[in-house]
Design a protein around this ligand. Structure first.
Ligand code: HEC
Length: 206
């Protein structure tokens, strides 16, 4: 089989030397091209130059899946962090309009401030405190505005660590709950004031 191997298409090879006319030899494969002519060498380098890719092994497919998944998770996490950051900055911007002095006893509830306080509570307190149910990681805050003063509550939210070392009530709560209260992301006087307004409204049934 020398001389006249001719490729008619990427998939068909014929041998003219045998019969004088083209004889179909079947699809162009590595073996029939390998015994062909110079012309076929072109075919070989053009069509069959690259060995067929082996199908990806199971391990590699799982590896690729894991990489894809990791990329997706980090993109989602990044988006969530950015959104949370934007949310927290917009909250602080809204809170900037309010004074931070503790409320006078019996002062009417500022419902816009209490709404912002509800957001502070959800983001920074709800993981450890319920407002209706029983205790979680920390005590239930139901009725807390009746058992503590506004000043005490703001101090507890702003500096829980120094309260549990220097304030006898906070210290005994810590002994009881066995955990040091910590507010994720920290807090500000504005946030403490807002969450207090929210707790006042909860206790007032508002
Ligand atoms: C990591 C859990 C955790 C988070 C988050 C947390 N607390 Fe606490 N909190 C506690 C624990 C535990 C105590 C009891 C004191 C201690 O052990 O430090 C407590 C005590 C309190 C008390 C005193 C309760 C009482 O009966 O006198 C108040 C008020 C309070 N937290 C408000 C808040 C507010 C408001 C936030 C959100 C800004 C918050 N806490 C976030 C765990 C937490």
């Amino acid at each position: 089989m020398t001389g006249d191997m001719v490729r008619l298409s990427p998939t068909v090879v014929v041998d003219k030397s045998r019969t004088g006319s083209a004889t179909y030899l079947g699809p162009c494969t590595r073996s029939n091209v390998a015994v062909g002519t110079e012309q076929d060498a072109g075919v070989r380098s053009g069509v069959n130059a690259l060995p067929p890719r082996p199908p990806p092994s199971r391990g590699r497919r799982i590896g690729a899946l894991a990489t894809g998944l990791a990329v997706l998770v980090s993109v989602a996490l990044g988006a969530w962090l950015v959104a949370r950051d934007a949310h927290s900055r917009s909250l602080d911007r809204s809170l900037g309009a309010y004074a931070v002095a503790p409320p006078e006893a019996g002062a009417p509830i500022d419902s816009a401030l209490a709404d912002l306080g509800a957001r502070v509570f959800e983001a920074g307190c709800a993981a450890c405190h319920g407002i209706t149910s029983g205790a979680g990681v920390g005590p239930s805050l139901a009725g807390v505005t009746a058992r503590r003063s506004p000043e005490w509550l703001m101090a507890m939210v702003l500096r829980p660590d120094s309260m549990t070392t220097s304030d006898p009530v906070a210290r005994s709560l810590k002994a009881q709950y066995g955990v040091q209260m910590m507010v994720p992301g920290g807090t500000t006087p504005q946030r403490a004031r807002a969450v207090l307004e929210f707790l006042r409204r909860v206790d007032g049934g508002g």
